[in-house]
Each structure stands twice: as structure tokens, then as C-alpha cells.
Design a protein around this ligand. Structure first.
Ligand code: NAD
Length: 421
């Protein structure tokens, strides 16, 4: 994401480094460590799709199942020009740890297609998605590997995948993906779940740090699903002032607080936050360095790096994005006493409600939104408490603590199943 070092940054190497630090703390036996560290299965497909003008375009897509010791693989599908197999490996491994840290019975998976969805119309996106889904038919499934939305994929994309998979099976299989539209077995509350879960742990952390959210200013990098919902809920449920947000085209800042309703309307109309009249323009590096209490990176990996970490003034960071902070930046933030809620905890609300969706699909019995939200709150608060307790007991930061909790659970599953004798 950071243009100065994107070419040298490798999210999979960063992911393995954090895993190793937790495995060291746990003194994991070598065989279990290796079993837990490396992906179980990786699929690369090169496939054609027909473009609007009749051209045949070739695309490359990936699906990685990192670890299934605790249950079927679970994780999103990303459409982005910078998707690489190492990024998908990293994202799949983060899903393994995320599902374990919140105690839901899934392993980790992730997928991606190298493409630029912003330059494709709906017809082209559907054609590409359906062909990719056909390639995945024997690799995914409700008991095997369950995709969900990620960056630049949405409920419509999930509906196309569900439909294509169902056509191949010969019957309707709602549980093959989560994050679907409600009309075909989606869950109430899923769209908001990542942002909502993130705000639940921010609220717990604020209590712990004796910060009053109603007197706090927050900054959000990445005004998409995760970031915009977190911003709205922080503002509406905790009266936090959201002073700056950005997206891939630029950012907006208003010291007195942004009018989010007006900003969302502007974004809906123009497709970007840039140009919003109730604020001044701000670039990405300035945004990250703004004086504020809470910073929510909610875009992509490699956002907080050794180059900009020291400039961050926030007291609390909640990683709504996956892997936004490099290991070097982590150390700088820790030295500067910034309290960081790690991605595998802070954005686990999405997969938690995806799990609820899968349960509802399997039972063909659907819950009320208030029940979904109540169960999500319970999971997030319990997981926060377990991670905090581990951090205090082991005298480690919150990321190490979350990994210690997660890796211990996966290692236990590996041991008890006898996968490694
Ligand atoms: P999204 O596509 O809805 O939004 C992504 C946003 O990030 C967009 O507004 C985009 O413009 C912005 N962005 C992209 N590049 C940027 C840049 N260089 N600077 C600033 N903004 C930039 O995607 P999402 O689902 O909200 O995912 C965002 C992050 O949250 C990803 O890391 C994803 O893996 C993670 N996440 C999402 C979910 C979920 O349920 N959607 C769950 C867990 C984690």
C-alpha cells in the first residue's frame, strides 16, 4: 500500500514472523509448529472471461486453505490488481488465527483474483466471477471451504458464486458462501458485522484505558464496508467525533467532526470521499499522523510501516483491515505506548457473523437482527477479555497475546486429532 516499499513488503513473510513469535512463547513442538504454520492446500487457476466488447480476457485467481484442524476453511475473496499468492497465503493464515481467537469452529482460507473491478462493468464482473467459481467447485463447499466478501467483492458477487456452485451440484447450496443477500440465505447484521465487532472491542479497550469515547476524536483509513460502518457506529453509539476518513482516491478532514450522513451521500453519488464540501482535503500520510485518540486502519496491508509509525499520535489503534501494520511498525508503536487491537481480534466480527450465517443456512432457520447482534457482542467481549488476560499474564502486547490464544487452540486441535503423531 505504501508506494515507497510495496515491492519489498511481503505479507506472508510478515504473517510467518508474527506466528513464530507466538509459537516461541508457547514453545511449540517443531512438528506441530510446521503443521500450523504452512498452508495445507493452494489452488492457482488461469481462466478466461468474456468482456463486454467480445474480447476474451485471461485472469489468474487463487484459493488457499491454510489450516483446517478446527473446521472447514473460511475466508473472503478479494478482487484487486495487486493480489499475489503470498498475499492470499497471509490472508488465509490470518483467518486461521482469527477463527481460533474468537473460538468459532472454522479454519482459515482466502481467495483472490488479479483484476481491476473498478474498470469492469457488472456483466464482466459476473462473467469473471462465475468462471472463477466454476474453477473452485471441487475445492470449496459448506463442509470444506466457505468464501465471503473481502476488498472489492460484495453480496452480489457471493450470490453469483452461490448460484454457480449450486448449478454444478444440481441443487441450491446456500451454505457455500456467507455475506450473501438476505433473499438467498444471508444473515441479518452480516453487512455491519466487521465494523460492529470492531467498535465493540474499541469500547472495551477504551474502558480499560479509561478513555471516554464521547470525548474522543477518531480517524479512519479506508471508507469501505469495514471502515465506514465502524465510523458510523462509533459516532452513533458512542458519540465519538470522526475527524478524517479516506479511500483509495484521497481523504477528507474536519477538525470539528465530519457529517457522516452527508459524507455517505457524497460517496454514494460520486464513488469517493474526495471533494466532500464539509471538509478539507488530506493525503494518506497526513491522515495517519493527525492528532486523534482512535485510529482505524480499514483499507489494505502495509499501511502502517517503519516510515510512518513514529508519526502516529493516536492512543488506540483498532485494525479493521487485515495486516495493516508491518512487524517493524508494530515494535515502534509498542515502544511509543500505543495500545493496538490486532486485526485477528479487531475485525473478527465479520467472520463471527459469517459463522452465524452458515449455522442459519445449515438449519434453514433464520435469526432476528437483535439476536445476531447480541451473540456477536458476547463473542467479541469474551474474546477481548481472553486476549487482555493473556497479555497481562504473559506480559506481552495485544497482538502477541491474541496469537498466543489462537495458536494454542490450533495446536491443541492438531495434537488431539493426531494429525502430527
Ligand atoms: P471494501 O472494498 O468495502 O473497502 C475498502 C476501502 O479501502 C475502499 O473504500 C477503498 O477505496 C479503500 N482503499 C483502498 N486502497 C486504499 C488506500 N491506499 N488508502 C486508503 N483507502 C484505500 O473492503 P472491506 O471489506 O471494507 O475491507 C477492508 C479491509 O477490512 C481489508 O483489509 C479486509 O481484508 C478487511 N476485512 C473486511 C471484512 C469484511 O467483512 N468486509 C472482514 C474482516 C476484515
Amino acid at each position: 500500500m505504501n508506494s515507497t516499499n510495496h515491492s519489498t513488503y511481503n505479507p506472508w513473510h510478515a504473517a510467518m514472523q508474527v506466528f513464530d513469535s507466538a509459537a516461541d512463547i508457547l514453545e511449540l513442538q517443531d512438528g506441530v509448529r510446521k503443521r500450523a504454520k504452512f498452508p495445507e492446500r493452494e489452488l492457482t487457476v488461469n481462466f478466461p472471461a468474456k468482456m463486454r466488447d467480445g474480447r476474451i480476457e485471461m485472469f489468474t485467481g487463487y484459493r488457499v486453505q491454510h489450516n483446517t484442524a478446527r473446521g472447514p476453511a473460511k475466508g473472503g475473496i478479494r478482487y484487486h490488481p495487486n493480489v499475489t499468492i503470498d498475499e492470499v497465503r497471509a490472508l488465509a493464515s490470518w483467518m486461521t488465527w482469527k477463527c481460533a481467537v474468537v473460538g468459532i469452529p472454522f479454519g482459515g482460507g482466502k481467495g483472490g483474483v488479479i483484476c481491476n473491478p473498478k474498470e469492469m462493468d457488472d456483466h464482466e464482473l459476473e462473467s469473471m466471477t462465475r468462471r472463477f467459481a466454476s474453477e473452485l467447485v471441487n475445492f470449496i463447499g459448506p463442509e470444506r471451504d466457505i468464501p465471503a466478501p473481502d476488498v472489492y467483492t460484495n453480496p452480489q458477487v457471493m450470490a453469483w458464486i452461490m448460484d454457480t456452485y449450486s448449478m454444478h451440484r444440481g441443487y441450491t447450496v446456500p451454505g457455500v458462501v456467507t455475506g450473501k443477500p438476505l433473499s438467498i440465505g444471508g444473515s441479518q447484521g452480516r453487512n455491519e458485522a466487521t465494523g460492529r465487532g470492531c467498535v465493540h472491542v474499541i469500547a472495551e479497550a477504551a474502558k480499560h484505558l479509561k478513555m471516554k469515547l464521547a470525548r474522543c476524536a477518531a480517524v479512519v483509513q479506508g471508507f469501505g464496508n469495514a471502515g465506514s460502518i465502524a465510523a458510523q457506529l462509533l459516532a452513533s453509539e458512542h458519540r465519538t467525533k470522526i475527524i478524517a476518513v479516506n479511500d483509495s482516491t484521497g481523504g477528507v478532514y474536519n477538525k470539528k467532526g465530519l457529517n457522516l450522513t452527508a459524507l455517505l451521500k457524497h460517496k454514494e453519488k460520486t464513488g469517493k470521499v474526495k471533494g466532500f464540501s464539509g471538509a478539507e482535503a488530506i493525503d494518506n500520510e497526513e491522515l495517519l499522523a493527525l492528532p486523534c485518540d482512535v485510529l482505524i486502519p480499514a483499507a489494505l496491508e502495509n499501511a502502517i510501516t517503519a516510515q510512518n509509525a513514529a508519526k502516529i499520535k493516536a492512543r488506540l489503534i483498532a485494525e479493521a483491515a487485515n495486516g495493516p501494520t508491518t512487524p517493524e511498525a508494530d515494535q515502534i508503536l509498542h515502544n511509543n505506548d500505543v495500545f493496538l487491537l490486532p486485526d485477528i481480534l479487531a475485525n473478527a466480527g465479520g467472520v463471527t457473523v459469517s459463522y452465524f450465517e452458515w449455522v442459519q443456512d445449515n438449519y434453514s432457520f433464520f435469526w432476528k437482527e437483535k439476536d445476531v447482534n447480541k451473540n456477536l457482542h458476547e463473542v467479541m467481549v469474551k474474546s477481548w477479555a481472553e486476549v487482555l488476560q493473556t497479555a497481562q499474564k504473559r506480559k506481552v502486547d495485544m497482538r502477541r497475546a491474541a496469537y498466543v490464544v489462537a495458536v494454542a487452540r490450533v495446536a491443541e486441535a492438531i495434537r488431539v486429532r493426531g494429525i502430527y503423531p
